[in-house]
Design a protein around this ligand. Sequence first.
Ligand SMILES: NC(=O)c1ccc[n+]([C@@H]2O[C@H](COP(=O)([O-])OP(=O)(O)OC[C@H]3O[C@@H](n4cnc5c(N)ncnc54)[C@H](O)[C@@H]3O)[C@@H](O)[C@H]2O)c1
Length: 359
Amino acid sequence: MTTHGRPIRIGLIGAGGIGSVHLQVLGRLRGECEIVAVTDTALSLAEQRAKEYGVPVVPADPEKLIAMPEVDAVIIAVPNKYHKAYTLAALQSGKHVLVEKPMGLNAEDAKEIVRAERKYGKVVMVGHQMRWDWVPLRIREQIERGELGHIYSAKTGWFRRQGIPGWGSWFTRKSEAGGGPLIDIGVHMIDLAFFLLGEPKPVAVSGAVYAEFGPRKRGLGGWGVPDWNGYFDVEDFATALIRMEDGRTLTLEVSWAAHVDGDSLPFVHLFGTEGGAVIRGETGKFLTERDGKPVDIPLDPPADDEGSRVRLARHFLECIRTGRKPATSVETGLRSNLIIEGIYESSRTGREVVLDWSI
Ligand SMILES: NC(=O)c1ccc[n+]([C@@H]2O[C@H](COP(=O)([O-])OP(=O)(O)OC[C@H]3O[C@@H](n4cnc5c(N)ncnc54)[C@H](O)[C@@H]3O)[C@@H](O)[C@H]2O)c1
């Protein structure tokens, strides 16, 4: 459970919404890891969190945390704009990195991270917990047993009806977030769908994005703190078709705000020759036919589930201990950034975009 016989020592940059979630989750893995430092540009917030979670050191800035010899791994839980700089600095300082999603603000940032990971040879993992939920893990097992046959297409998305996070804050500024729901929640759905499809290589995308609610300060709600002196220059709705090298397709639809019927839960549909599967929020079912008639088989939750975020954290620690490549590797992070950037470009140009995989 340790590197060289001791718990893995973690420094956290960013004590906001998801930073606090990391503190809670890692607190459940005492013995395997310990959080030795936390910082944030809002230093008083970092101090407050340090007190709450018993973190001994609050360095004055992220550079000081990254330089600490007693830190083995850094978690980067700050606005998307800073993911690249802190990841690169941490790698240069010999640390492993868990960087929140999206890995890069854009594809070029993601490529720089891929190059740095290859150069420094440390673990870099992207924070996608949804593939660690019990439902996709169970469905993946069914796929591996051949129960769905050949999966030729999939559909994924997440329609929030009134869910624009922190209007005017970094969340709704292109220069700091990289985009709207596509890069915020769409990135999770892309990762989840590619996991279920067995990690195919996407080669082209076609899409369109719209901003019909945010500019009018409508459809607000959910995560984040509004900044009424700020602005909104991202999309609030996106739709896309992603083509794989092997001919399979994935459709993606996301919104932060839309007049849409339904339950606002993230979903995935898998279309296989022998069976289908659907995930809706934290539930799932397997779809097949018996005697020519459609049959739905709900998936039963495990009796004692430690949860996706704990499994994600365990996987990160295990990769550090063993040197194994994380499931959500830098290459998967680049894949998401390429797709997202391709959708923005396709929306701008009205054409399909071929993804540029050159590193
Ligand atoms: N995996 C998930 O489910 C999930 C959920 C929410 C957010 N996220 C991701 O986590 C990251 C942070 O999101 P959040 O919701 O916690 O945002 P947040 O605004 O709640 O928190 C961000 C924190 O970073 C601090 N900060 C800003 N710039 C900084 C800098 N340059 N150096 C150090 N600290 C800085 C802010 O003061 C704030 O406390 C984003 O990349 C977001 O996409 C992931």
